[in-house]
Design a protein around this ligand. Structure first.
Ligand SMILES: Cc1cc2nc3c(=O)[nH]c(=O)nc-3n(C[C@H](O)[C@H](O)[C@H](O)COP(=O)(O)OP(=O)(O)OC[C@H]3O[C@@H](n4cnc5c(N)ncnc54)[C@H](O)[C@@H]3O)c2cc1C
Length: 376
């Protein structure tokens, strides 16, 4: 890896160790927003990483975003989720929004003063977004939205919500809803197994009136806009899974180096050395596939679509396995909240589910395999 990226990784790793890790257990325990982490990320200008300088960002490429997410997730999965969901929530505006909408939404999010979220899922709609019921109807110059979005990360903390809503029988639009818009309210905080510091709630839209300038470009093309952002958002979720795996692995390596049984360090038992080696292979092979997918996405290569699905699948499945083994290597202590591996194992589970479950990633991969009938 280039020195530039390595230096960046080192700086985020130090920030994460000094300012985020010390609060991760408390954030999880109290199910509270990771304020300290958010403050630290803001001071390091990380919320602005993906945006151009004109919009108040630092113009970092996808690889730097992936590295930042990995390093934050290695100490606190929830803090990494807050950060990357802000980027996802603004992504359609960045790619397709008018200058006016960009100016209204992005600078606040880039500085970290405002938060963003994106809202696809509904109570009866998860993997199959074609069933979306949230309706958008034009009323004079405005749009009126009615519906309910479920499991929305960063809600109700965020200021901006990119809502995918049905604008016609077969058409969908992306509408930038502000938390203070009339008719917008939120459900209770979702009590979760992991990522407990990341706020999750329903977004409820009851005759919510949205000015026309806040529709992202063509109100009939929202589905394709959201689809177009999935390569990047899936790469970021893969990075989050990988980061958690790396964090759990590092914990297991130090623990097994320090703890003794039968008169010697755990790290000398061959059976455990084999486990550690397998964990290292799972992490490095997942990282290699993710960085390969990132290179294809950045080059605009059409193979990126299935490669990033492979990376999301491999990173999250391997991360679940690594976190489970990391806990096993801690013995009974791993099962207590005294050690972070217990939190990491709970946190990592969701990476196999959101941003397209791993079953859905397999469908994407298989479709591509059969469509091409050739090897890359
Ligand atoms: C903590 C958390 C945060 C989230 N954040 C957001 C967010 O910010 N924004 C947002 O819009 N959503 C968010 N989600 C929702 C998440 O993306 C969905 O839960 C996910 O897409 C799966 O949808 P579902 O839960 O309705 O499951 P379902 O779609 O009902 O799936 C249930 C099971 O069936 C399987 N399945 C479904 N279809 C098929 C098929 N065709 N073939 C084989 N298997 C299939 C699935 O893999 C799964 O195992 C979040 C969820 C959680 C828990």
């Amino acid at each position: 890896m280039d020195t530039e990226y390595q230096d960046f990784r080192d700086s985020v790793r130090k920030l994460a160790a000094d300012r985020i890790a010390p609060h991760a257990a408390d954030v999880d325990d109290k199910e509270r927003f990771p304020e300290e982490a958010w403050q630290a990320l803001r001071e390091a200008d990380l919320p602005g990483l993906p945006y151009g300088e004109k919009l108040g960002g630092s113009g970092g490429d996808l690889l730097s975003q992936v590295i930042a997410v990995e390093e934050v997730a290695a100490v606190c999965g929830s803090s990494a989720l807050v950060l990357l969901v802000n980027w996802a929530g603004t992504s359609t505006v960045v790619s397709h929004g008018s200058d006016e909408l960009l100016e209204e939404v992005v600078p606040g999010v880039a500085s970290g003063e405002a938060g963003a979220a994106w809202c696809m899922t509904e109570p009866t709609v998860g993997s199959d977004l074609s069933g979306i019921k949230t309706a958008a109807k034009q009323d004079g110059g405005d749009w009126i939205l009615n519906g309910q979005k479920r499991f929305i990360s960063n809600a109700p903390w965020a200021d901006w919500y990119a809502v995918l809503a049905r604008s016609g029988e077969r058409d969908f639009g992306v509408f930038m809803v502000h938390r203070d818009d009339p008719g917008v309210s939120f459900g209770p905080h979702e009590k979760k197994m992991g990522m407990r510091g990341s706020p999750t709630a329903d977004v409820i839209l009851e005759d919510a009136r949205i000015p026309a300038r806040r529709v992202v470009n063509d109100p009939k093309r929202g589905y394709s806009y959201i689809n177009g952002e999935l390569n990047v958002s899936r790469a970021l979720i893969a990075a989050q899974a990988l980061g958690i795996a790396q964090g759990a692995f590092d914990q297991a390596v130090s623990y097994t180096a320090e703890r003794e049984q039968f008169g010697q360090s755990l790290s000398r038992f061959q059976m455990l050395r084999g486990m550690v080696a397998d964990m290292a292979v799972k992490i490095e092979s997942a990282r290699a596939l993710l960085y390969d997918a990132v290179a294809l996405i950045s080059a605009g290569d059409p193979r990126a679509r299935s490669r990033v699905s492979m990376a999301k699948l491999l990173c999250s499945d391997n991360a679940m396995s690594v976190a489970t083994d990391a806990l096993q290597l801690h013995g009974g202590y791993g099962f207590t909240r005294e050690y972070p591996v217990e939190r990491m194992m709970r946190d990592v589970k969701i990476t196999q589910i959101y941003e397209g479950t791993n079953q859905i990633q397999r469908l994407v991969i298989a479709k591509d395999v059969y469509a091409k009938q050739v090897r890359s």
